[in-house]
Design a protein around this ligand. Structure first.
Ligand code: ZN
Ligand code: ZN
Length: 434
């Protein structure tokens, strides 16, 4: 075939564009591979000879295989995968009697406690349908929570004492994707959700360098806030939030990578955009309005209000899912109090994506939030060395729940108040003012 000069140039240019595009765009498989690699090397940071326990839904099995391969490549001694299946779990909640949920069989708790005692790393991959357990008897879910809190205590204790590397990350599933992109075909929804996950975890190019930079910028925010040692924070916005919360003495703002006692760094959540610290669980006053729906254990709570007095929720209401909110708040005394304060600018990459993930791992990184329930002992100086009672006596909350809920809006302002009553505007119009 002969081409005219013009045609030839056109073809050549087309070829050039094709090659350039190929060079720029990673394939889906390459992105998944890079994602799996960073979960293993930055997320849990599995060490040579260490065991890795992965927990995930059967929907995430194909991705779990890629992560497993990455972990062995990184030198893991053994990768243990605990699968669960949403749909089968739902059948159990529907058909099995309540007393099935009041205890956890030993073989199941040993699956976590045994490996925690051996110093394994733990990766949890979430992919669940946000409404997988919608309408299930809250009594059964609550009973399971109580039993699990008891059964997995040795594992949680090691986690609280900074003795193990752990990470929570996500994989797209058809059930989840359909809720996030209800107008799309299943195939297109799953693809879009994967892309949103990849963007949120900064996939592409030199991803290690991007995470290092990101981690450092979070550390800078923490350093500023740690220096200030505010006594209280005051929140206000047009939605109706008007709220003041006390911080414990010697609180530590944390963000980005964490470190185990033995000096291994890890990212507990991927993505993560928050800096967070410990509220005083007896000092919260006023009204908090939710700014995003909260998906909790397979049910969604929408448009809810919490009114606090002396640190405790004394009044609550939800337009949807109030039963679930009630289940959280009535679990124990600590579940009515705060255990985490987290700051996330409204212009964070996840909130700019405009996607409502209905999955706390993502939505909590799109907005300022609090958590009801258990505090993180390492957000207070020497907190991890104190036992539950001693920590509680100085304001560190203890509860069987730890439930993040979002309050950040585009017009949120947060003012820091120090011991002498001086005020510093920290957040203005939903973003950092300092
Ligand atoms: Zn948080
Ligand atoms: Zn949290």
């Amino acid at each position: 075939v002969r081409y005219t000069n013009k045609e030839y140039k056109k073809r050549l240019y087309g070829r050039f564009l094709y090659i350039r595009k190929r060079k720029r765009d990673m394939t889906f498989a390459e992105k998944q591979k890079q994602y799996a690699d960073i979960l293993v090397t930055l997320g849990v940071n599995v060490q040579s000879g260490q065991e890795l326990v992965i927990r995930c839904d059967t929907a995430a099995a194909p991705f779990a295989r890629i992560v497993t391969a990455a972990a062995y490549t990184a030198g893991a001694r053994e990768v243990i995968v605990h699968f669960r299946d949403d749909k089968i779990s739902r059948m159990r909640y529907e058909y099995a009697p309540t007393d099935v949920f009041t205890s956890v069989p030993e073989w199941e708790s040993e699956g976590m406690n045994y490996y925690a005692a051996r110093g394994a790393a733990f990766l949890s991959i979430v992919s669940e349908d946000p409404e997988a357990f919608k309408g299930v008897d809250p009594q059964k879910l609550a009973a399971r929570n109580v039993a699990a809190d008891e059964a997995f205590r040795p594992y949680y204790e090691r986690m609280d004492k900074n003795e193990l590397q752990w990470c929570v990350a996500a994989a797209a599933s058809p059930e989840w994707a359909r809720k996030v992109f209800p107008d799309r075909s299943e195939e297109s929804a799953v693809a879009a959700l994967w892309e949103a996950i990849f963007r949120a975890v900064r996939i592409g190019g030199n991803v290690q360098e991007k995470w290092t930079e990101h981690g450092e910028s979070l550390k800078k925010r923490c350093a500023f806030l740690n220096e200030k040692q505010f006594k209280k924070l005051r929140y206000q916005n047009g939605l109706g939030t008007d709220f003041t919360v006390g911080l414990v003495e010697n609180h530590i703002w944390t963000g980005g990578a964490e470190q185990t006692k033995t000096g291994v760094t890890f990212f507990a959540n991927m993505p993560t955009e928050e800096v967070f610290t410990m509220p005083h669980c007896e000092q919260a006053e006023g009204v908090l309005k939710s700014s995003l729906p909260l998906s909790y254990q397979g049910s969604v709570i929408r448009n809810f209000t919490l009114r606090f007095h002396d640190g405790k929720v004394v009044e609550y209401h939800a337009e949807e899912g109030e039963e679930t909110l009630k289940m959280i708040l009535e679990a124990d005394d600590g579940s009515r109090r705060l255990g985490e304060i987290a700051l996330v600018p409204y212009n964070s990459p996840i909130s700019q994506s405009g996607i409502l993930f209905l999955q706390t791992l993502f939505d909590e990184n799109a907005a300022c939030h609090f958590a009801l329930g258990q505090c993180y002992p390492n957000t207070m100086r020497n907190g991890e060395k104190l036992n539950r009672e001693d920590l509680r006596a100085i304001g560190g909350n203890y509860a069987i729940n730890h439930v993040d809920f979002m309050v950040g809006t585009a017009d949120l302002s947060i003012t820091g108040i120090n011991a002498s009553g001086d005020e510093t505007l920290i957040f203005e119009n939903g973003g950092w003012a300092v």
